[in-house]
Design a protein around this ligand. Sequence first.
Ligand SMILES: Nc1ncnc2c1ncn2[C@@H]1O[C@H](COP(=O)(O)OP(=O)(O)O)[C@@H](O)[C@H]1O
Ligand SMILES: [Mg+2]
Length: 251
Amino acid sequence: MGVDEEPRKLPELAPEQRRVLVVNAKGGCGKTTLTTNLAALYASLAVETALVDHDPQGSSSQWLKARDPSRPPIQGIAPWKESNAGHTTRTFQMRLAFSARRVVIDTPAALSASDFGRWLGEADRILIPVLPSSIDIKAGARFIGDLLLDRHYRQRSIPLAVVANRVRRNTLVFQKLERFLISLRIPFVATFRDLQGYVRAAEMGDGLFELPRGKDRHEWDAFARLLEWIEAPAVARVPRGGSQPAAAVNR
Ligand SMILES: Nc1ncnc2c1ncn2[C@@H]1O[C@H](COP(=O)(O)OP(=O)(O)O)[C@@H](O)[C@H]1O
Ligand SMILES: [Mg+2]
């Protein structure tokens, strides 16, 4: 890529609502980081944005609480917090959150694929962050394999994509994952680097691009690719044969 080349343009946003569910059974793979940065990016585009935090640890709710009121607004909702507040309130809040044009949904770790079947009804896109270690890749592949077989998923067959997170260098470790994803026709849409900026932004309630000098070119292009995938019309995923998806990577 030439130095003078323009940063990737963000795509036009689809007119209809998109709800992006960020999941992976593994903790620490970047679900909250992706959720908050995606919400901040949509908000910066003056799009009505909601952030749903399904994780009782509340990391993305805390991020939102730390967010400076002068930043583009994001509507937050933590359904687990409302559990004592009565069904009507909760339903009402959920409806509010889900009337936003873009909804980004954070989920807890330690879920099996079937555990989060109940949230699939809230999603138009499923995004799975994976860290570049072979243990994480195997776990990610297993998670995806289970998800594809889950009856909730099979009922709706929502487009899903994988992103790599905290990548330090061009790494061969993803080749196996890439082959696995190709065999399942699952897009591997972007690679995010390991940057201190993400940690700083997380503390301040900011997105990376809201930090002074935070507009890292590589990350910008990665988010642009991610948005292209989110905003594109859904494409039916037709796996090539493959009856034993997880086996390919687990060997
Ligand atoms: N691309 C990244 N670069 C640097 N640090 C990151 C990156 N992604 C996540 N982190 C850090 O890794 C830790 C775990 O990330 P987090 O988003 O909380 O994962 P999860 O929500 O999946 O448990 C956090 O401290 C976060 O700031
Ligand atoms: Mg989290």
